[in-house]
Ligand binder design. Structure first.
Ligand code: SAM
Length: 330
């Protein structure tokens, strides 16, 4: 079968199964099955597929019509201009999450401007935490934009952390990222006591922290605190009571731990905000992604004693998507 015919047939099968973006999906699956570039696909539509390319392509088309997400078939998703490996253990990065990066970078720049400091474009000296890192997309995008910042990527799911770590290594950012299994920020305290505090007094080398954490060296205790300049999170925020309204691709194929925040969806935010207040430096920045209707439940959790300069950013669909605030200095 030639490329043109394979593409046409694939599109027809996807359309018949009501798969959205059927043309783009067929194209992505054919690119993946053949290992060709888009240009080569369209400049040589008469080229014949090999038997195995054809089998692989039509088997992916079939699995897609059965509800498997395209990204689970190709194993990748682009985010912030970088290509991330995705597996069923992690949430597929969504475009609206890029607003979390934009808001974090804007607020860091604004803070420097307000304090009349020269802009710290490289993130020199900044310590960042990404809570619920999943594929690592947010932590790694921040590592790209802040090439001197050091970043803790935390997740309760060890399987997700393995994927995130692979992404960081493949994309060349693993030297500035520490991956920690952690329920919200609780793992940071343990890591600090066990590995980091004893080092703060001497080498201060992030690589040394990372290798000690990775090699599970024996515990040593210390008193120094580990406070962040920036905490970002895209926590699970879908309401369990709305589970049946999710697309089957999402409900049946993405991890429940990454999707559901509780019956109402916003249950994790109270602890997330309280713990963040205890782990941010005075003037430190918190940036949270929100569910489509979470703002009224979440914004009141930012009490004025701990938080100031509260901001809400809408996504491209006009949904209040990102809530951000600064830790008060008192
Ligand atoms: C919505 S996903 C976000 C993944 C990724 N940051 C992104 O934006 O694509 C939420 C992530 O939080 C993790 N998670 C869920 N509950 C958690 C908890 N209590 N503490 C830490 N991580 C948690 C999940 O395993 C999942 O990877």
């Amino acid at each position: 079968m030639d490329i043109r015919t394979a593409l046409k047939q694939g599109i027809a099968q996807l359309r018949a199964a009501n798969v959205s973006s059927h043309t783009l999906t067929a194209e992505l699956l054919l690119l993946h099955a053949t290992g060709r570039t888009r240009t080569s696909l369209y400049s040589h539509p008469e080229d014949q597929l090999t038997e195995s390319e054809s089998q692989n392509y039509f088997s992916m088309i079939e699995r897609r019509t059965a509800g498997v997400p395209t990204q689970h078939l190709t194993g990748k998703q682009e985010f912030w201009g970088l290509e991330f490996e995705v597996t069923p253990e992690v949430l597929i990065p969504r475009p609206e999450t890029e607003h979390v990066i934009e808001v974090a970078l804007d607020r860091l720049a604004l803070r420097d401007l307000r304090s009349k400091q020269t802009q710290n474009m490289s993130g020199e000296g900044l310590l960042v935490a990404d809570i619920g890192t999943g594929s690592g997309c947010v932590a790694i995008a921040l590592a790209k934009e802040l090439p001197a910042a050091r970043i803790f990527a935390l997740d309760i799911s060890p399987a997700a952390l393995t994927v995130a770590q692979r992404n960081a290594t493949r994309l060349g950012f693993s030297d500035r990222l520490i991956f920690l299994e952690s329920n919200l920020l609780s793992g940071v305290a343990t890591a600090r006591a066990r590995y980091i505090a004893p080092l703060l007094g001497n080498s201060r080398s992030f690589e040394t922290y990372a290798s000690r954490i990775a090699s599970h060296e024996s515990p040593v205790t210390g008193q120094e605190s580990l406070l962040f300049d920036l905490i970002v999170s895209n926590p699970p925020y879908v309401a369990r009571r709305e589970a049946t309204t999710l697309a089957t691709e999402v409900r049946n194929h993405e991890p429940a731990i990454a999707l559901f925040g509780g019956e109402e969806g916003y249950e994790l935010y109270a602890d997330l905000i309280t713990q963040s207040a205890g782990h941010l430096k005075p003037g430190g920045i918190l940036v949270l992604e929100l569910g489509h209707d979470s703002l009224p439940a979440v914004q009141p959790l930012l009490d004025t004693a701990s938080w100031t300069n509260i901001g809400v950013t809408n996504d491209l669909a006009g949904v209040p998507r990102v809530l951000s605030a600064e830790r008060t200095t008192t």
